[in-house]
Design a protein around this ligand. Structure first.
Ligand SMILES: NC(=O)c1ccc[n+]([C@@H]2O[C@H](COP(=O)([O-])OP(=O)(O)OC[C@H]3O[C@@H](n4cnc5c(N)ncnc54)[C@H](OP(=O)(O)O)[C@@H]3O)[C@@H](O)[C@H]2O)c1
Length: 214
């Protein structure tokens, strides 16, 4: 598959770009919001496109044109205000879903957050963030796209273990970003994960086995 990666300059995004470079099956078009980020990727031999999640659906559809799938791993981050939570984590995600529809792309993988589907589990300190994730995920589930929603726990920058736990409901725990990226790549064309949503934390099962067993 040729995949548009929204959030390619992010921490999970960078792991994914590297994994795509090593992949014999899939190729990536890295979507970033600054020319210099695109230049750096191109210098490293990666196809890159500049598009802003605060831009129009048409611009996002143009960026995605010709791709077979979209991975969304963008986010406004903890350093911005609730305006960006609304505009990136919710509306940016939904516009990317609309762009997939407009560009005729059926496959969509969303990086969400553990427990986003269940209001009772939302972290009190960041409920608006969870609300944004919740409704972006619901819009994807209600779309006609073939989706997989991966809801990781707290993200760590330590090296991946290659082993995870995934299920519809898990207790809050952490996971290295590298393992999230590996899982996202593994679900891409694994039909067992089509139209499924699951929590993801570090665990005992090898990622490739876990995605087949979901
Ligand atoms: N932190 C956690 O513990 C946690 C837990 C569960 C899930 N998550 C979710 O995991 C995902 C990825 O996490 P991460 O650590 O890789 O995030 P990250 O490093 O903050 O990366 C987010 C990326 O989104 C991009 N972005 C932001 N606004 C944009 C815009 N307007 N247009 C285009 N791109 C834009 C950023 O671009 P720039 O590089 O240009 O700034 C950045 O590259 C996020 O969706 C996050 O909500 C996080």
């Amino acid at each position: 598959m040729n995949v548009l990666l929204a959030g390619a300059n992010g921490q999970i995004g960078k792991h994914l770009v590297q994994l795509f470079k090593e992949s014999n099956e899939h190729t990536v078009r890295a979507m970033v919001r600054k020319e210099e980020q695109a230049e750096e990727l191109k210098q490293a031999g990666v196809e890159a496109v500049v598009a802003d999640l605060e831009g129009s659906v048409e611009q996002l559809a143009e960026a995605a044109k010709g791709c077979d799938a979209i991975i969304f791993t963008a986010g406004s981050g903890g350093h911005t205000g609730l305006d960006k939570t609304l505009l990136i984590d919710l509306d940016g995600a939904v516009k990317t879903i609309e762009a997939a529809e407009q560009a005729g792309i059926k496959r969509f993988v969303m990086v969400s957050a553990l427990g986003a589907h269940n209001r009772d589990n939302w972290n009190e300190a960041i409920r608006p963030y969870y609300a944004a994730k919740h409704y972006a995920d619901r819009m994807l589930e209600a779309s006609g796209l073939t989706y997989t929603i991966v809801r990781p726990g707290g993200l760590l920058n330590e090296p991946g273990t290659g082993k995870v736990a995934m299920a519809e409901n898990l207790t809050r725990a952490a996971i290295p970003r590298e393992d999230v990226a590996r899982t996202v790549l593994a679900v891409l064309d694994e039909q067992k994960t089509y139209n499924r949503s699951f929590d993801l934390v570090s665990g005992d099962t090898v990622i490739e086995e876990a995605v087949k067993g979901i």
